[in-house]
Design a protein around this ligand. Structure first.
Ligand code: ACO
Length: 431
């Protein structure tokens, strides 16, 4: 019997089998149960994959108990302090920090891919004027596969790389257009003299009749949001991208699936839901009422922006962004002040309440990113779009990694069937 193994005994019949334990660089080891069904005729039951590693990955490491997040080994705190989004994207995609030459070459490549096909732009006219920008994102990003055929051979590493570059580069353009469609504003061409974040802000907010001045405070806050959201290992949307890709589907379709998954309020939709919640609460005196609702077992109501599946002590991203949020609110005197006061009081009350303390429910990154985006004047329905843009770096990196992983198989979970046992069809006249 190997020391680095686990023996599983089926107590019903005494059958037993030995399974290897796989050791990661850091973190919890995992039992390799690939042969479980073959050896013992058993499946595992794990809804929500709370105890299941679906892949091996070199990209991102999270220790939820200690509040650690590493991209390719680098602590998120250091990247947030010293890096920018494209450098972080390079790191995620290629596994190392770029040299000076590599960095400038990468920035140049991404800049040259920011425009979208003129035919693709026509799609924006077809959406209903009040379509949610995430609905537009799901559609248009998926439709990219109808335009960029020249890089769709997923078995060709160069094609994969070009598709990844296109996705990263065009996402801000598509995002800005999905916003401007709702306001009937002209779709502006990207400007290559601006950096990645500045260019997105320009395409979102500029009008052709006036010179647009990029606000450095807004760019700095966005830079932080983009780095903090760039990847988060096998979360729901990333797992969706991997699952969709496991069938050999093209990357544009798969990232579109990831965007759809991100849209949900328990995932990327949370920052939008935070502001809706704060708007609903309105008066800080009403907070106790909402806290009671969140604690009530018979009420589905949850405090948005609180809790995390993995971080059970604190979310390191929330710690970084909380400071940025408070700094921003100090210098920005705007009409949202009452809303921010409600947020601050909610944060304080929840952090002192036993219900939240016992369940380790702390404000997560979305609680603060929602407040920052509101302070910057980003429309509410664009919050999750910004998350999607930032997460594109992670999605394409995970996809590129998966495409090289010889152990990957088509994703095909099993089930515990709880339906009817075999029975005979009854003719309609006899029912
Ligand atoms: N408000 C009130 N109670 C909560 C909340 C909340 N936001 N989150 C969890 N709980 C309670 C649950 O009712 C449960 O209580 P119980 O043990 O008495 O039954 C306990 O805390 C554990 O909750 P689970 O749902 O089992 O925790 P899980 O890890 O599955 O869920 C999740 C994590 C989905 C993030 C959850 O905390 C939530 O819905 N939060 C609000 C939405 C949100 O902010 N999502 C953003 C996530 S971060 C991201 O995507 C970047």
């Amino acid at each position: 019997m190997s020391k680095n193994s686990v023996t599983i005994v089926d107590n019903r019949n005494g059958n037993q089998a030995e399974f290897d334990i796989l050791d990661p660089t850091i973190g919890s080891p995992a039992i390799d149960i690939r042969k479980l069904h073959g050896e013992l005729g058993l499946f595992t039951y794990d809804p929500g994959f709370q105890a299941t590693a679906s892949c091996k990955s070199d990209i991102t490491y999270i220790d939820g108990d200690k509040g650690i997040l590493l991209y390719r080994g680098y602590p998120i705190e250091q990247l947030a302090a010293h890096s920018n989004y494209l450098e972080t994207s390079f790191l995620l995609m290629y596994g190392h920090l770029p040299s000076n030459v590599e960095y400038h070459e990468f920035v140049g490549i991404i800049k040259r891919h920011t425009m979208v096909h003129e035919g693709l732009k026509q799609f924006f006219n077809g959406f209903h004027h009040d379509a949610h920008p995430m609905a537009i994102m799901v559609g248009v990003v998926g439709a990219m596969s109808a335009f960029y055929h020249d890089s769709l051979d997923i078995n060709n590493p160069r094609h994969r790389e070009i598709s990844a570059h296109r996705l990263l580069a065009k996402m801000p353009t598509i995002a800005a257009y999905s916003h401007r469609r709702a306001y009937g504003l002209p779709l502006l061409y990207p400007r290559n003299d601006l950096d990645f974040i500045e260019n997105f802000m320009y395409m979102m907010f500029a009008v052709p009749s006036e010179e647009y001045k990029v606000d450095p405070i807004a760019v700095q806050a966005m830079r932080l949001i983009f780095i903090l959201h760039a990847d988060h290992e096998q979360n729901a949307s990333t797992s969706t991208v991997r699952l969709a890709s496991s069938s050999g589907a093209n990357p544009f379709a798969c990232i579109s699936a990831g965007i759809a998954s991100l849209w949900g309020p328990a995932h990327g939709g949370a920052n939008e839901a935070v502001i809706r919640m704060l708007e609903e609460i309105k008066d800080p005196d009403e907070i106790p009422k909402y806290i009671e609702r969140a604690k009530d077992k018979n009420d589905d109501y949850r405090l948005m922006g609180f809790g995390h599946r993995i971080y059970k002590n604190y979310d390191p991203r929330a710690k970084i962004i909380r400071q940025a949020c408070y700094d921003l609110l100090e210098i920005m005197d705007n009409s949202n002040q009452p809303l921010f006061n409600t947020a601050k009081q909610l944060e304080k009350i929840a952090l002192e309440d036993d219900y939240f303390l016992e369940r380790n429910l702390y404000p997560n990154v979305d609680f603060y990113s929602g407040i920052i985006l509101r302070a910057l004047g980003i429309p509410l329905n664009m919050f999750t779009v910004i998350f999607a843009m930032a997460r594109t770096a992670g999605w394409i990196s995970q996809w590129l990694e998966m495409m090289e992983d010889k152990e990957q198989r088509i994703g095909r979970p099993r089930q515990i069937y709880t339906g009817a046992a075999p029975r005979d069809f009854v003719d309609l006249s006899k029912r």
